[in-house]
Design a protein. Sequence first.
Length: 303
Amino acid sequence: MAISPEFEAHLKTGVTSVSRCWAVKRVDGVTLGFTDHDEDLRFEDIEFLANTGLSARALQQTTGLAVDNSEALGALNSATIREEDIAAGRYDGAEVLAWLVNWANPEERHLQFRGSIGELSRADGAFQAELRGLTEVLNQPQGRSYQKPCAAVLGDTSCRFDMTTLGYFEEREVEVVEDARVLKFDDFLGFDDRWFERGRFEVLSGAAKGLVGFIKNDRLSDDGRMIELWEALRLPVKRGDRVRFEAGCDKRAETCKLKFLNFLNYQGFPDIPGEDWLISYPSSQDVNDGGKRISLSDTGDVN
């Protein structure tokens, strides 16, 4: 983004009233503003607080597709950045914007950096966050892999399954929590055994509101239902907290076809020959007419 003529003229005066401002937009909708000026500033409907203990190292910017990097350093402040929020992962992947601002006239400013928070560490009452520029996403692998299991995430734009469909989710209050990752319910019927296994778990209220986990086991017995998470959430879930369970998918074609009725959007290749077929040799006892190895009736596509 080019510097505005007014702000450029201010910088060329040699005697400037310039400060830096940062905005952190978390994925849960919370936006925090910080500035190294000695008074609060406000623009773009964000209040930038002074004296928050936040500072930033030099911003490294390059041309082309190289990654822009910086770091933000700060002291943990109970009114702004809380240690429990960092521990809960509420800042993971948060969007970060950094401006150079004329504090005497905040309308004169320049957006220097836009990216996200990468690696974040904390110790001795302080935190250090790596800031990753927009070109960071270019370092991620792209494209599809040819494999039998489905490559989509249940409910995403490739899968297209509507996770608000009745019968594929359940919201209820927590009854019993054991070892911070096992939830037990006396009366949790209406869903088959293992229905939520490999599914998504979200906390809707309480101290851990907004945190997400994934379901390892879902067992239905005469004693009730036991749902175990792969790992404990970073904040405790207590009795009475409202939570949401979503049906799980094991990425198999049969599951997509029979459980979700969504085989048209299946993103795997279930008929790829395996290694045994690749190293097999012709046999006089088999039909060797060059036809299909798998019939339509074997796949269930009979129409």
